[in-house]
Design a protein around this ligand. Structure first.
Ligand code: UTP
Ligand code: MG
Length: 596
């Protein structure tokens, strides 16, 4: 769909406001010739014959026309601003909704900086187009057409002489558009690259600082900045090449009026008043033509911006509620994976994973990094959907539940903890805003966060997140655990949630989780075997498969991968080397394992 068509269909009822605005604009520009017409009468009927009788009437008419046109313009500006700002707000809302509801794949593909450019400068371009490009276009066309018609009535020969240059202007404008269109798309791309760079270095400022890479980042930024500048300049140069010629051609009109009009006047084919009409309306013929270049360039910019926005607005939301979705209410917390396989762009991430967890059980998942643990639990919340196989909660495929009810019952403490710029309290209550203060404290206590929160300056009201106080990794993890607990989930998933807390704290949390005041199935992902204390079973994953499963003792007796890791974690060093030779693991994996 072309951007113009898309925008038109998007405007819906607001089209009427826009059209009303444009009609007013057309009336106002279409009556531009009235005053020169009246001045012509003023000269030919009042000044030349020295007859003052129609003077007052003519002056009053001129005044009235002017007032009427000004009022029209006032209403028009309001209508145009209202409709364009409304459309922009609407599209922005829709974009936000799409981005908000997109699955991970989209968010992995489109970077934050990119979305930000689309939601700010691209959208503003749309607003500008709706309000001003359309207005200027209508203004230019109507002004030209009405003045030309009027002048044809006054003296068709001179009028035709004036328009002799228009075909050249039109031809030139077409060439200009052809050259400038791809340039604007390019410019738009450079801007996105630039803003992506900026957001990335701001988001990753700690990494930049930690590695003392400021000069490198500065240089990288400078490169993008320079590219953007160069592209802008090149575009300006192209415009600069065409604009003066367009300008020159439109100036010719004034010369023609002076020259040909003067001859006509001397020959008596033109009255002095008519000559004045011509000379005062020459600009109404020239200006629209001069505007054409700018308008066409703007239109190209609109195309570039609109296609970026359309890509977001029209992108399909991969994971949505089905028409016959059911609510997941008070589940018992039975979880089952049936032959689940999952690919991302053809690369297998999970391969034929099957397991069952009964209500209230605790299951650990162990596996080296990249084994697919996070991907596996993401399936349970339907962040991703399996390529083949089924994920069931309480015996029903998760894709049958509404997303919101599913995600409310499955609590996830994510691997990369994200805290909002909000109070500690607000962060814990995020999933259940109506929760009371006492429950917030209870959940924080269960996550062993109460102690350090109390010690913070404003306690539970302390601001954290981007604008708030700094927190340690372990503190963030504990707040994130409290947030997951606060929704009293039927299934609680801890994705590496205790990796940054000390063993003593971990034991305390484990004890709290065993004695929760609500029934809850727990899935605990960890790299340390000690994190699985009290688990009914442990699944060991490697390269997307479950390679071992069973209770701690069974797995140890197996003398496999689990046993190997256990040995490494219990007697690091020499024992590890021996185990490596015994079980035939390569030194490379051993080194990796020894760090966990
Ligand atoms: P996981 O993120 O599931 O691994 O990625 P994991 O077991 O949880 O790893 P750690 O312990 O947190 O580090 C599994 C595979 O999926 C790919 C990764 O490359 C990895 O090999 N992956 C993950 C993607 O391709 N895209 C993603 O968005 C996420
Ligand atoms: Mg992970």
């Amino acid at each position: 769909m072309s951007p113009l068509k898309w925008l038109w269909s998007y405007m819906g009822k607001r089209r009427f406001r826009l059209i009303a605005g444009l009609v007013l604009a057309a009336i106002s520009s279409g009556t531009m010739f009235v005053n020169p017409m009246l001045s012509q009468r003023l000269i030919d009927d009042v000044i030349v014959p020295q007859n003052t009788e129609p003077l007052i009437r003519l002056l009053l008419m001129m005044f009235a026309v002017q007032i009427a046109r000004l009022s029209l313009r006032y209403v028009m500006v309001i209508l145009m601003e209202l409709s364009s700002t409304d459309v922009m707000t609407d599209i922005r809302r829709r974009m936000y909704e799409v981005v908000q509801n997109q699955d991970y794949r989209f968010l992995n593909r489109v970077r934050t900086g990119n979305i930000m450019t689309r939601m700010t400068s691209d959208l503003d371009m749309i607003r500008h187009s709706v309000a001003w490009i359309t207005y200027q276009f209508v203004d230019a066309v109507v002004l030209f057409a009405s003045s030309f018609t009027f002048l044809m009535f006054v003296n068709w020969k001179l009028a035709l002489c004036l328009t002799a240059v228009t075909p050249f202007i039109l031809l030139l404008s077409r060439r200009f558009v052809k050259r400038i269109r791809p340039r604007f798309v390019l410019l738009r791309q450079k801007l996105t690259e630039l803003s992506t760079r900026v957001t990335e270095t701001i988001d990753g400022n700690r990494v930049v600082k930690a590695f003392a890479r400021e000069p490198f980042e500065q240089e990288r930024f400078e490169k993008h900045n320079a590219k953007y500048r160069d592209t802008s300049i090149e575009n300006a140069l192209i415009s600069a090449k065409y604009q003066p010629v367009l300008e020159f051609l439109s100036q010719i009109l004034a010369v023609v009026t002076l020259l040909v009009g003067g001859i006509f006047l001397i020959k008596g084919e033109l009255t002095p008043g008519q000559y004045l009409s011509f000379s005062s309306l020459t600009w109404t013929l020239a200006a629209p033509l001069r505007m054409l270049g700018i308008l066409l360039a703007d239109l190209q910019r609109f195309h570039a911006a609109a296609s970026m926005i359309m890509e977001v607005v029209n992108s399909e939301i991969g994971i949505v509620d089905k028409a016959d979705s059911i609510q997941l209410i008070r589940p018992s917390g039975r979880v089952e994976f049936k032959n689940v396989s999952f690919d991302i762009d053809g690369a297998p991430i999970l391969k034929d994973v099957s397991f069952k967890i009964e209500p209230g059980e605790t299951v650990g998942i162990l596996g080296s990094t990249g084994a697919g643990k996070t991907s596996l639990v993401n399936m349970l919340l339907r962040f991703y959907e399996p390529t083949t196989g089924e994920v069931l909660v309480d015996g029903v495929n998760v894709n049958r539940y509404t997303l919101s009810s599913l995600r409310r019952r499955v609590g996830l403490a994510m691997q990369d903890v994200f805290l909002f710029s909000d109070s500690v309290k607000g962060n814990i209550a995020y999933g259940r805003p109506q929760i009371d203060e006492e429950s917030i404290r209870k959940r924080a206590t269960q996550a062993d966060a109460d102690g350090f929160i109390q010690r913070m300056q404003d306690g539970y009201d302390t601001l954290v997140g981007e604008r708030g106080v700094g927190l340690s990794g372990g503190q963030r993890q504990r707040i994130s655990l409290a947030r997951a607990l606060a929704v009293k989930p039927a299934v609680l998933i801890l994705d590496d949630t205790t990796s940054a807390v000390d063993s003593e704290t971990e034991q305390y949390i484990q004890h709290q989780l065993r004695t929760l005041d609500f029934p809850c199935t727990k899935i605990i992902i960890a790299q340390r075997i000690s994190s699985f204390r009290g688990a009914n079973r442990i699944l060991v994953m490697d390269k997307g498969r479950i390679v071992e499963r069973g209770a701690h003792e069974e797995l140890l007796a197996n003398k496999g991968f689990y046993h190997h890791i256990w040995t490494l974690q219990n007697n690091a060093g020499m024992a590890a080397m021996e185990m490596g030779q015994e079980t035939g693991f390569s030194p490379e994996t051993e080194l990796k394992q020894a760090t966990i």
